[in-house]
Design a protein. Sequence first.
Length: 313
Amino acid sequence: MKKWILLLIMIIIFTSIASYGSNKKIQKDPEKLNVVTTTTILEDAVRNIGGDKVEVESLMGPGIDPHLYKASAGDVEKMMNADLIIFNGIHLEGKMSDIFEKLGQIDVKTIAPGDIIDSSKLIQSSEFEGNYDPHIWFDVKLWTEVVDVIMDSLIELDSENKDFYISNGEEYKKELEELDKYIKDRAKEIPDEQRVLITAHDAFSYFGNAYGFQVEGLQGISTVAEAGTLDVKELADFIAERKIPAIFVESSVPTKNIEALQAAVHNRGFNVEIGGELYSDSLGNPGTEEGTYIGTVKYNVDTIVDALIKGVK
Ligand SMILES: [Zn+2]
C-alpha cells in the first residue's frame, strides 16, 4: 500500500518537471531479474554478466547527456517496478539525486558502483572541491571493478544463478583485459609528448591517466557549466603553440563549442582539424559495433590515434 501512495506522489512531482512520460504498461518477465540502469554504459555491463537471466533497460538512450538528464514520470515508474536500479554515482546523474534519495526510502535495491569502488582510485575534481570525476568507464581496469560490483549485486538478488553470473563475469573480464592491452598498444603509436587529447568536456581524465594522454576539456567534468570565452582563448593559444593536429567533438555534447575553439585556433594562424566524434557519456546505437562498451572504447581510441598520428613526423 505504502509503495503505491509513494508512486502516486512521485508521479505527480515528476510529471511537472519532466518533458514527457511514458504511460506504457511495463511488461515484465517474472522469470527474469528486472534491472534498470541510468546509462547505456551500465546497461551493457549488466547485459554481459546477466545474459538471458536478466532484463535490462537504460533510462538514457545513446547520445543523451547524463549531467543534464532529468527523469520522466515513466522513468520513475520503471525504477519503482525494478528489482535492481544501477546508477553510476559520483554525481554523474546530477539532476537525479533527489529521485535516488526518495527511491532509497522504498524497497527497491539501488546501487551506485562509482560510490562503492575504492575512492583512492578516483580522480579528484578540480572544479568541485571534495568531489571526484565520475567518468570512471574510460579506465578499463577501473571499469572491471564496476563489473565485479554488478556481478555481486546480481548474485545477491538471484543466488540460484550464481555460477552463471560468475562464469559470464569472468569471461567478460578477460575481454576487458584484451581491450586494455589494445588501447595501450594503439597509444604507443603516438610519442608521449604528442599524446594530447582535447575534447568538448572533461570526460577523458581517467583515459588520460591510464593510457598516458594529457587531457584538456573545454567544459569541465560536468556539462552544466558553459565554457567561457577565457577558456576558449587559453585553449586556442595552447593548441596553436603546441601545434596539436586535432581536437574532438563528443556524441552527447553539442558541437558548437568545439567549432568555436577550432575557429579561434585558425585565427592564430594554425589549422587544427576536428579529428572525429568521440563517445563520452553514452554508447553508440544498439546493434552497431559502438553500441557496446568494448566497441565504443575501441572506436574512441582508434579515432584519437588515427587523428593525432597526422601530427607525428
Ligand atoms: Zn560527462
